[in-house]
Design a protein around this ligand. Sequence first.
Ligand SMILES: [Zn+2]
Length: 311
Amino acid sequence: MLPFKLVYDPRYDLNLGAHVFPSQKYRLVHDKLIADGIAEPGDFVAPAPASDADVLRVHSQDYVYKLKNGSLTPAEILRMEVPYSKELVNACWLAAGGSILAAQQALADGWSANIGGGFHHAYADHGEGFCVIHDVGVAIRRLQFDRAMQTVMVVDTDVHQGNGTASIFGGAGDVFTLSIHQEHNYPYPKPPSTVDVDLPDGIGDEDYLIILERNLREAFRHFTPQMLFYIAGADPYREDQLGGLALSIEGLARRDALVFDYARRNKVPVAITLAGGYARRVEDTVQIHVNTILAAGEAAKQGVKRAIKGA
Ligand SMILES: [Zn+2]
């Protein structure tokens, strides 16, 4: 049993079929967490969809209206890169509700993960790059609205820059956004995050981890958040079809452990979302995401142990 809750709903699966975006991965991650004995059915909680009021704290009225009424233009649908349907819209509202719930659970238990979400390319007024609704943005604005917390650090290790996050929170002093990504890759342009770490093509485990550590150290020196939102993309993996970095599965697990170690030592609750992952073998993407939950479990246990020792 995990010392924290995992947020999941079978309706996260968009049934996109042969699409490069493997939306069945959410179900596969859920099933593997149980099959490997990492989590039990009782560790999972189901989200309610975000309310329209929640979504409208981030997204424009016009865009939300078009999504709900099926009146996006063909160009707008093309830019999303996922086929429009009522089910897609429902799944996006649900994923945003999932990130809200994960953030609430993280405040309660110190840790939580949405086995979905991380749609960091969604802008306030349009969707792009498989991202329709910015679930992390919706969750942050909801918890701020509830006065549950005010300051957040978003650590985004997806191979693609978090352009939606940067655009939504650009200049807001209460949300520190750190994006570490491949420079020569989608998206173009890349609106500025608080800190953007532009990596050269083909970087491997050791160089990546040194650069990530340096930037985490700097970030925590300048900003003390009340929560860390971790956008844990699986696509810096060397076998990824849409990424050009060269991390191994083991290197990605060390990446997760490093982020969690900084959060734990700074006593900051962590809410995790999965984000991208387009490995040639979907099993690899699933393993990378499962390893993120495993690393969170280890970090959470370490935190408890230290607390007991100190008591
Ligand atoms: Zn990505």
